[in-house]
Design a protein around this ligand. Structure first.
Ligand code: MLT
Length: 412
């Protein structure tokens, strides 16, 4: 058996026992209350989802299995001659909770390469989609189209022990992750490069190959892609793409259904689409005011935008109350990369733009390729833990009014 799968399998029993014990011993302990404001306000801060792969501290940012981004930049294996961590290693870490060796990572690269070929039917489907369809729509269609090959669904139909659900989920995830860079590059080259496709380089890793197939020649861009795919992969379980993937998967929908749904959530301007919106906003600012604007002009422009009831994309976050460490690491990369086009506030977009990926609408697809690593790792874990279908209770405004107006004693 492929050693990542072996390693994951060896951890399942202990994890199940631990969770069973926690539920048995502490099942009635309250971990969160819900206020009326939270119920109407996006369920902010209500602790009610279990996600093992990462956690976000409002003041320190994301930790992946307990590790910060700078720690992982040091400790995850890199491509030979490279300085940035390989996303394959992140997948290993998120799934098992352990840091991979170079050999572990090479094995994943090899396995994904083996599984990466796109079926003819998928290409035929994509060819029928109008080229000006948003790349995120195309990406979601491509993922969903592959559902016909879901091993989970095939095995479920035949009949499977619940304890084994994680196994075909693992296989579907491997097949899907292997194909995502090819799908992304296909969509990009078809929409923007006159159908001129670039074949896989069998000597490159997953992220390096994505950079290569997009058509950017600079070696540095391969490094950027590796870093980009690592840092965008997970942001605990409550964000829209992670929660959606988890929710849809909880109905035992397979990885294709679940990821496609998660990607649809990522396509929203308040979530993943923000990185295209940031650059669009900056380009408009430059068009309106020119490149040599003063601080005062910038301040006025920002206030005018806010006073018109619009947002400044790329600023603010549902959870974070400090500068996002994912921003900081990209800034570090940007400074190393010979000063890309001068605004460092919208770095993912700025960096992509700097290397010639100038089609903003495509940016969120790259986010989606990365996010798949995190949300699919969690999906495998969900099945290993046998988590049930998610079904929170909803109430109407009328019944809520009744509930809150009752004297406290009878409230619950
Ligand atoms: C993410 O990476 O998912 C975003 O920062 C949004 C979030 O965490 O809510």
């Amino acid at each position: 058996m492929f050693s990542l799968k072996e390693k994951f399998k060896s951890k399942i029993k202990a994890l199940r026992t631990k969770v069973r014990m926690i539920v048995k011993e502490y099942g009635n302990v309250k971990i969160s209350d819900v206020t009326v404001t939270q119920a109407y306000g996006g369920i902010r801060n209500v602790k009610c989802i279990i996600t093992e792969t990462s956690a976000v501290d409002p003041y320190k940012g994301v930790r992946f299995r307990g590790y910060t981004i700078p720690e992982l930049r040091e400790r995850l294996p890199r491509a030979s001659g490279g300085e940035e961590p390989l996303p394959e290693g992140m997948f290993y870490l998120l799934l098992t909770g352990e840091l991979p060796t170079k050999k572990d990572v090479e094995e994943i690269t090899k396995e994904w390469r083996k599984r990466s070929t796109l079926p003819k039917y998928l290409i035929n489907i994509l060819k029928t989609v109008p080229k000006d369809t948003h790349p995120m729509t195309q990406f979601s269609i491509a993922i969903l189209s592959l559902q016909k090959d879901s091993i989970f669904t095939q095995k479920y139909k035949i009949g499977m022990n619940k304890a084994d659900y994680w196994d075909p989920m693992f296989e579907d995830t491997m097949n899907l992750l292997a194909k995502l860079p090819l799908i992304a590059a296909y969509i990009y080259r078809r929409a923007y490069k006159n159908n001129k496709y670039i074949s896989v380089n069998p000597h490159l890793d997953w992220g390096g190959n994505l950079a290569h197939m997009l058509g950017v020649k600079e070696e540095e861009f391969k490094e950027l892609m590796r870093l980009y795919l690592v840092i965008h992969c997970d942001h605990e379980g409550g964000n829209v793409s992670a929660h959606t993937t988890h929710l849809v998967g909880s109905a035992l929908s397979d990885a294709y259904y679940a990821l496609s749904a998660g990607i649809n959530g990522l396509a929203g301007p308040l979530h993943g689409l923000a990185n295209q919106e940031v650059l669009r906003w900056i380009m408009k600012l430059i068009r309106d005011l020119g490149e040599t604007l003063t601080q005062e002009q910038l301040k006025k422009y920002i206030w005018d935008t806010l006073n018109a009831g619009q947002i400044i994309p790329g600023y603010g976050h549902a959870v974070l109350r400090q500068t996002d460490p994912r921003y900081l690491i990209q800034r570090e990369f940007a400074l190393k990369a010979k000063n890309p086009w001068p605004n460092v506030d919208a770095l993912s977009g700025c960096l992509l733009y700097h290397y010639g990926i100038k089609e903003f609408d495509f940016y969120t697809v790259l986010f989606g390729v990365s996010r798949a690593i995190g949300v699919l790792s969690s999906l495998i874990l969900d099945r290993a833990l046998g988590l049930p279908i998610e079904r929170p209770k909803s109430i109407t405004t009328e019944s809520l009014e009744e509930l809150v107006k009752k004297p406290p004693k009878q409230k619950f």
